[in-house]
Design a protein around this ligand. Structure first.
Ligand SMILES: CC(=O)SCCNC(=O)CCNC(=O)[C@H](O)C(C)(C)COP(=O)(O)OP(=O)(O)OC[C@H]1O[C@@H](n2cnc3c(N)ncnc32)[C@H](O)[C@@H]1OP(=O)(O)O
Ligand SMILES: N[C@@H](CCO)C(=O)O
Length: 339
């Protein structure tokens, strides 16, 4: 695992986080223009991955792909507060010598972005051709464009809205309650080997919002395996799978950060491409359109998909060309200025 140290970080809450590290993946020529890639809630830094283990955006990023690593370098951090190598609840608190666990401070999306800016500078990257991300990664992308317009040429924000709507907050509430009321949760000091049923249930509730009724009805068609419906077995599986790969304290930190995301009042100086996906229950296009219309340099596209919110993780043939065109537009504008 590759990590970069950024020293201490003062959080929006006023708390100081010491000895902060971010884990990252860096792909492409390190002298090429840099694109920062931001992962979603349960994602990680392996956007591209390897031939044996392709990352979650291997279909989008690579040689000759929409984010062409022959032209750009792509860097992805595991989010601050995450559980894949970046400082988060599983990390050792330098003040106690013990893992933070439930004592890890609450974060905001802005804290995550400020950590990444410091990390980029520690890596010698002082400008970005683009920031791109979906969902929680889209929230970070918008926050990047708001905080540091001079640091980036364009922002590409997918499956996101300027603030997290009440429907999203509502489902986060269900997830948080399911985890915190699991008797084994122990106020966040659960045994490290314990798989919390409440966490599995939180993921099931989440999965229902990441897809659509069209997708579930079309895929499962009321078919059964024994006594139960296939869709029940599918959700049980998805719950177990996440509980096996993700830390519940980290999940809580990230859900709470999503709830407070809000850039509605911001006017973005940076160029913005925003893409919404049909049937996205959490980040509906209707919340994005009026905001984008009031931004001076923003463009909005809508993609039809039965995947709903998770549309930004699949069916690249439907939307990657918009990303590619936005990057090319930025490159052309820049070479025009330099000429
Ligand atoms: C940006 C980010 O960081 S994403 C965050 C986390 N990243 C990831 O999860 C990787 C990204 N991948 C995904 O999100 C999804 O896999 C997608 C969107 C790419 C593809 O979605 P889908 O094709 O619907 O696959 P989905 O993951 O929902 O389900 C397939 C799994 O369910 C299992 N499954 C399917 N039907 C059933 C059933 N009836 N009973 C039990 N299990 C079932 C499959 O065996 C498969 O298992 P596997 O994941 O171990 O191979
Ligand atoms: N599939 C995504 C959904 C949230 O954007 C995840 O698990 O992170």
């Amino acid at each position: 695992m590759t990590t970069v140290s950024i020293g201490q970080l003062k959080l929006e809450s006023g708390q100081l986080l010491r000895e902060v590290e971010l884990a990252y993946e860096r792909v492409g020529d390190s002298s090429a223009p840099a694109i920062l890639v931001c992962h979603a809630l349960t994602g990680d830094q392996y956007a591209v991955g390897t031939a044996d283990q392709p990352g979650w955006w291997a279909g989008l990023i690579g040689p000759g792909k929409a984010v062409d690593t022959g032209q750009f370098q792509a860097i992805t951090f595991n989010v601050l507060g995450g559980c894949n190598g970046s400082t988060g609840p599983l990390s050792i608190n330098p003040e106690t010598g013990e893992p933070y666990r439930a004592s890890f401070p609450e974060l905001t999306i802005r804290d995550m972005v400020r950590a990444e800016r410091k990390a980029l500078e520690a890596l010698g990257i002082n400008h970005l051709a683009a920031v791109i991300g979906g969902s929680l990664g889209g929230m970070k992308t918008l926050e990047w464009a708001k905080l540091y317009p001079e640091f980036l040429d364009t922002a590409i924000a997918l499956a996101v809205t300027p603030y997290y709507g009440d429907y999203g907050v509502a489902f986060n509430h269900i997830g948080i309650q399911a985890i915190e009321n699991d008797p084994e949760f122990q106020s966040g000091n659960y045994h490290p080997e314990t798989r919390l049923k409440g966490f599995e249930i939180a993921r099931m509730a989440g999965m229902v919002t990441y897809r659509s009724s069209q997708l579930f009805n079309g895929r499962f068609g009321r078919s059964r395996c024994g006594e139960e419906f296939e869709v029940q077995s599918y959700l049980d599986y998805q719950g177990r799978k996440l509980a096996g790969r993700f830390d519940p304290n980290s999940y809580l930190i990230l859900l709470k950060a999503m709830n407070t995301h809000d850039v509605e009042e911001a006017e973005l100086a940076a160029e913005l491409l925003s893409i919404s996906y049909s049937h996205d229950l959490l980040y509906p296009g209707e919340l994005m359109i009026p905001w984008v219309e009031n931004q001076p340099n923003a463009k909005w596209e809508k993609i039809e998909t039965d995947f709903g919110h998770d549309g930004f993780l699949v069916e690249f043939e439907k939307w990657a060309h918009h990303v590619q065109a936005q990057l090319q537009k930025t490159v052309n504008a820049k070479s025009h200025v330099l000429a």
